[in-house]
Design a protein around this ligand. Structure first.
Ligand code: MN
Length: 170
């Protein structure tokens, strides 16, 4: 389960195969995730190619667009995530730029129209009881931060992740 403004399934980024825009393409090539249980949450970033969405769908990703937090609300989105993951082992990868720049300005590729920290905390709490195996929080860049907003958001997300591990049924 991938929280991000961006798909991160590009083949190359500025001509390079191993970048922060390509990890899930490389992971797909190595069969590291299930193509019937994976999903992006919070997507709203720009596309670089006409094929981006098609390629992404071919890899098996479903998408919850960031605007759906307004149109559907937290409870429906949590249910869609839980239905998609089921009992499969869950790896949560959280790019801090899934949050709106007003909540997390300290990152390399900010995109307006993002999740609030409140939405993020409530979605994470809604995932309690899933078979969480591992997680990461990436793309925090303190040099671009203001008033430690991004650091506070990332640290609190990690704290919520430890709570999810504590509730892990395994
Ligand atoms: Mn991103």
């Amino acid at each position: 389960m991938h929280f991000d403004a961006h798909l991160d399934t590009w083949d190359t980024y500025f001509g390079a195969p191993y970048t922060h825009g390509t990890p899930f393409r490389r992971a797909r090539e190595e069969n590291l995730f299930l193509d019937n249980a994976s999903m992006h949450v919070g997507i709203r970033g720009p596309l670089y190619s006409r094929e981006d969405l098609k390629n992404d769908a071919d890899f098996g990703f479903k998408i919850i667009h960031c605007d759906e937090f307004q149109s559907e609300g937290i409870d429906k989105i949590v249910k869609r995530i839980r239905d998609r993951v089921g009992n499969n082992p869950l790896y949560l990868s959280i790019d801090i730029d899934v949050l709106d720049p007003s909540h997390a300005p300290g990152t390399g590729t900010p995109e307006i129209g993002g999740m609030t920290t409140r939405e993020m905390l409530n979605v994470l709490r809604g995932l309690a009881g899933l078979n969480l195996i591992s997680a990461d929080v990436v793309e925090v860049s303190p040099a671009y931060d203001h008033a430690e907003l991004t650091s506070l958001a990332a640290a609190t997300i990690v704290y919520e992740l430890t709570n999810l591990f504590a509730k892990n049924p395994a």
